[in-house]
Write a protein that binds this ligand. Structure first.
Ligand code: ZN
Ligand code: ZN
Length: 614
């Protein structure tokens, strides 16, 4: 299985590990040390050798920071992890605090005295992070001390080696554009920014630009490394040669000069000494890179990673690949949901469903000769109150039976070579209550609202986020997460810069893929989330209209559970959308499944009863 159900984190070690760190601090004349949950690439997933926060504290969430002082230690997490952190860390050692309401920069101001020396690893903090921290520190009279080596690496006796998963070439049939053409586009973009070079620090950007994929972190096919691209002249790719099979090495040699990762500092310093103007993305690039450039006489040009927008706007091959991946994934979900419908309440648990779902994806991958490469994240399978925990991950300790009268929320995704998927459906176990059906239908109205939306060029995700909430708001309800995130093409399932959220300042451009996933959560009761992936379509004129409008094409092909619908709450346009969507699901998925699943799918997608008076 690609997913495990182990209980993560080990709180019993926190005390002695923090003691070792404090001993190092005392020996090295620093009063505190910051431990972020990050590696040099700032991705959502990090390799085991970079799980320093987890090693030190036991906390296994995907975002968090600890600050260890001589007499106390604090761990900052966001709202997703408020409960989890209390379960996972030794509360005698660590005091939890809020990453949002009282972030480290503010905490420093109110907790550290003048003259305090707070150390950090400049490889693990971005240029932007350090700016915020150092502004706060200088106001408080605190000195931030960048370290040459991370002290945790010294005291972590059995720290794993960096990953060395083999790199593979991502075929042009899925990538749709040759790497040399992409690199030429990026070189032109560097010149436009007024820079001579840029450092790609995000492995997703390197994977996209060079048309390669790897396996260095869980659930995302990334090869960790750095690239220094030149506006003119050869590009440099810093990747461990042990990761490069002969064919990959021969391929990459045609695109860039290959360098060992250990030489990155020296190469950047050498470039800076020639007066290079090096573009760094303040939100992604490590502070260490900035000090290397400036310390050696170069200049830093702050500029967004030039690969972000080209990577986010998918080309024809990537779109075709995604459509195929979603048909395959829809067939797997149809098999799973058909099977689930045939089981009696109280006979299954969350782990059984997650296991069966991965098996369904594996089988359809074999049938279609497009093997399941990984799950795109750990499946969220929340029965009853577990469904109300937005980022729930089932473990053997939390595994819950699917009980009669409860809802079951299933959010999962796959990595196939032609595309990345992410889909959520919520189904009743036994008979749902009227309240459950009402709230499900309000969530569905929000999702349909986004699906039917037409919007002019220049519209940002923030401009449309409310559309997914209107029906809920009218009923005095809401959900505490964004409506949608960007999705990669056989890359990260959470990919920027596009998003549908209050914070979504990126314009929605043709070819961007996003999730459309409103929800409703009743703490201690149940959770409802419905999620389709959508594609921003080219602008098209509407009959009688003045302005060409973008829209969304829905990629995900999985029926909505009709037992959950309160059709009286849906208007004619919404019912028509639902019928048309279901007809499309049957037409596209029907031919891929047979037997019982086809019978189930035919019933699940039949037209809904319409009340013609409406
Ligand atoms: Zn999802
Ligand atoms: Zn999602």
């Amino acid at each position: 299985m690609f997913q495990t159900f182990d209980t993560e984190g080990d709180r019993t070690q926190g005390k002695s590990r923090v003691a070792q760190l404090r001993a190092w601090m005392a020996d090295n004349d620093v009063d505190g040390f910051i431990v972020p949950r990050a590696d040099e690439h700032q991705g959502e997933y990090v390799p085991p050798c970079s799980e320093r926060l987890k090693w030190l504290t036991g906390f296994s969430g995907s975002a968090g920071v600890a600050i260890v002082l001589a007499d106390r230690a604090v761990i900052f997490v966001d709202g997703r992890y408020t409960l989890q952190v209390r379960d996972q860390v030794d509360l005698d050692v660590f005091t939890p605090d809020s990453l949002i309401d009282n972030p480290p920069s503010e905490w420093i101001g109110s907790n550290l005295r003048k003259g305090f020396r707070l150390a950090f690893d400049p490889w693990l903090h971005t240029v932007g992070d350090v700016k915020t921290l150092s502004d706060a520190a200088s106001k408080a009279g605190v000195t931030l001390v960048p370290l040459d080596a991370n002290p945790i690496d010294r005291i972590w006796a059995d720290r794993p080696a960096p990953p060395l998963a083999p790199v593979e070439i991502h075929p042009i049939s899925y990538a749709g554009e040759l790497a040399k053409d992409k690199l030429a586009r990026l070189a032109a973009a560097i010149a436009v920014e007024g820079a001579t070079h840029t450092v790609l620090t995000d492995p997703s950007s390197i994977a996209w630009a060079f048309n390669i994929r790897g396996g260095d972190v869980p659930h995302t096919p990334l090869a960790l490394g750095f690239a220094v691209l030149a506006a003119e002249g050869p590009h440099l790719l810093f990747m461990d040669k042990r990761k490069l099979p002969m064919v990959a090495e021969a391929y990459l040699t045609q695109l860039a000069d290959l360098r060992a990762p250990s030489t990155l500092d020296d190469e950047i310093a050498a470039l800076a000494k020639t007066g290079a103007k090096i573009a760094l993305d303040p939100a992604l690039a490590a502070e260490r890179l900035k000090t290397l450039v400036i310390g050696n006489g170069g200049s830093v040009v702050p500029a967004a990673d030039p690969a972000r927008i080209p990577r986010a706007t998918k080309n024809r091959a990537e779109i075709e690949g995604s459509r195929a991946a979603h048909r395959r994934d829809g067939a797997a979900l149809a098999h799973l949901l058909c099977w689930l419908d045939g089981q009696k309440p109280d006979t299954l648990d969350e782990i059984a469903v997650v296991t069966r779902l991965e098996e369904a994806r594996r089988l359809i991958g074999e049938e279609t000769q497009m093997p399941l490469r990984d799950v795109s994240f750990s499946t969220i399978a929340g029965a009853g109150p577990n469904g109300a925990i937005m980022h729930y991950r089932v473990s053997r300790d939390t595994n819950r039976p699917l009980r009669d009268g409860e809802l079951f929320l299933l959010d999962s995704g796959a990595q196939y070579q032609d595309g990345t998927t992410d889909v959520t459906r919520t189904v009743p176990i036994g008979r749902p209550t009227d309240e459950m059906r009402e709230r499900y239908t309000l969530v569905l109205k929000g999702m349909i609202g986004i699906s039917l939306l037409r919007f002019p060029a220049g519209t940002r995700g923030a401009d449309i986020d409310a559309v997914a909430r209107l029906a809920l708001w009218k009923a005095g309800l809401d959900f505490a997460h964004g409506t949608g995130h960007g999705v990669g093409s056989y890359l990260a399932v959470h990919e920027g810069p596009q998003r549908i959220a209050r914070t979504g300042t990126q314009k929605l451009l043709e070819g961007m893929m996003l999730s459309n996933e409103p929800g409703y959560y009743k703490p201690g009761g149940y959770g409802i989330r419905l999620e389709n992936l959508v594609l921003v379509t080219p602008p098209a004129e509407l009959p009688g209209g003045d302005i060409a409008m973008h829209g969304f094409e829905t990629l995900t092909l999985v029926p909505f559970d009709r037992r959950m619908l309160d059709t009286g709450l849906l208007n004619r346009e919404e019912l028509q959308w639902l019928d048309a969507y279901h007809a499309r699901v049957l037409a596209e998925i029907g031919p891929m499944v047979g037997g019982e699943t086809l019978t189930w799918l035919t019933e699940a997608t039949a037209p809904l009863p319409h009340d013609d008076k409406r």
